[in-house]
Ligand binder design. Structure first.
Ligand code: S3P
Length: 443
């Protein structure tokens, strides 16, 4: 448990947030099934990404942590074995708390010659897996839920011949899309995944860099498709992981909540499929400047954030919905805190996916913000927040959800009295040094 008081001082100075979680996972996975070595800098050493490393070690991949001889930069080297080099695990593969590891790995394992079983912690065992079981089965894979409840543990029988499919995903989910694409790498024909809105496209960008023939298309109806023409082997590359915008979002919010704040967050990934939080906050009047923009494989910039008076449109309302939602899905909890302090009514719609994250984030955000005095109501697919009410310290149950713990640690900075976060250790899932980094900005 940690207790946090209202901040009497502004946030100042600069910070590097740790590497992007989605890109870190993928760099290990794609490196493992490529030929040659993949050298990763900026890798996120957090609970989730270390789970991915352990899983691939169990599948026979050698992965080394070292430091570059010249400059001491921490590096991870993955000794890839090519598309067909993984070996059978000796026991059940354990993915911890990581949905990305579970779902993407299932796509790879469905195409292997050996049998396997995957499971994770109690949160993973409650998350929906039918969303990947269904398309993988259509491709010819043999994958099922051990308990018959459409959740992990997942049993995968190997040695199946896979065929590419055209799949219309009912949800805009990068985990679903990436799972199908990874199985598609092993399929005998092309794979097309349509999604209602473009979800994060790191798999497409990175697999292309590893040598796959894959691209995104948006057609006249606005549907988004990812198209993969399988066949070519992948080749190891150097990956330089940018800072995680999902982690940066907590400090952006903190600077917007605490009067007088002025901070710089260096080297943050600003891929358009991830940066909805920047556009929405800017529309609300936030002063966020992009500096030192760098158009690498994954674009990045320094974010200069100054305290700002946030507002709605001329009717005092603000709506966050539709195609914007997947571009800020993990930032919606911290956005709700900002919205609760802004002088407007904010309506978050089309975000039912929040219910199937590490916790039911519609419930956990609404329950905890209400406990702090906010005027917030859950809806079927989001929430309605009448902002501008003062916040008060409260006991926060994170339910073991890292993003809920960090969200309410930031809300505490703007709340009268003390806020106690029960189970603050779960921040280690994505950001082990979160509290230390937060303290470094409040001097
Ligand atoms: C992720 C995709 C998102 C996101 C998760 C990471 C990924 O999940 O919420 O934290 O790395 O592909 P969904 O694909 O289920 O939306």
């Amino acid at each position: 448990m940690i207790s946090i008081e209202k901040s009497s001082k502004p946030l100042t100075g600069s910070i590097f947030v740790p590497g992007d979680k989605s890109i870190s996972h993928r760099s290990i996975m794609f490196g493992a099934i490529s030929e040659g070595t993949t050298e990763i800098t900026g890798f996120l050493k957090s609970g989730d990404c270390l789970s991915t490393i352990e899983c691939f070690k169990q599948l026979g991949i050698q992965i080394e942590h070292s430091q570059r001889p010249m400059n001491g930069v921490p590096t991870i080297t993955v000794h890839g074995k090519g598309l067909h080099g993984l070996t059978a695990p000796s026991k059940t593969i354990y993915t911890g708390n990581s949905g990305t590891t579970t779902r993407l790995l299932a796509g790879i394992l469905a195409a292997q010659p050996f049998d396997s079983m995957i499971t994770g912690d109690s949160s993973i065992e409650k998350r929906p897996m039918n969303r990947i079981i269904k398309p993988l089965t259509q491709m010819g894979a043999d994958i099922s839920s051990l308990k018959g409840n459409e959740c992990a543990p997942l049993i995968i029988k190997g040695g199946k011949r896979l065929l590419g499919i055209t799949y219309h995903s009912p949800v805009a989910s990068a985990q679903v899309k990436s799972c199908i694409v990874l199985a598609g790498l092993y399929s005998e024909s092309d794979t097309v995944v349509y999604e209602p809105a473009l979800s994060r496209n790191h798999t497409e960008i990175m697999l292309r860099a590893f040598g796959a023939d894959i691209h995104n298309e948006v057609d006249v109806k606005g549907s988004s498709a990812t198209i993969l023409h399988p066949g070519s082997p992948l080749h190891g590359i150097k990956v330089n992981v940018p800072g995680d915008i999902s982690s940066a979002a907590y400090f952006i919010a903190a600077a917007l909540l605490v009067p007088g704040s002025d901070i710089v967050i260096h080297n943050v990934g600003i891929n358009k499929t991830r940066s909805g939080i920047l556009s929405i906050l800017t529309q609300m009047g936030a002063d966020i400047q992009l500096e030192n923009y760098d158009e690498s494989i994954e674009p990045r910039a320094d974010l200069h954030v100054r305290y700002s008076d946030l507002h709605g449109n001329e009717n005092g309302r603000f709506e966050v919905s539709g195609k914007l939602i997947p571009t800020m899905i993990d930032e919606l909890p911290i956005f709700a805190v900002v919205a609760a302090t802004a002088n407007c009514t904010t309506i978050i719609k089309d975000a039912a996916e929040l219910k199937v994250k590490e916790s039911n984030r519609i419930d956990s955000v609404c329950k905890n913000l209400k406990a702090m005095g906010a005027d917030i109501e859950p809806t079927d697919d989001g929430m309605i927040i009448h902002g501008g009410k003062p916040l008060y310290g409260a006991d926060i149950d994170s339910e073991g959800d890292h993003r809920i713990a960090m969200t309410f640690a930031i809300a505490a900075l703007a709340a009268e009295g003390a806020t106690r976060i029960i189970d603050d250790k779960c921040v280690g899932i994505s950001y082990p040094e979160f509290f230390k980094d937060l303290r470094s900005l409040i001097k």
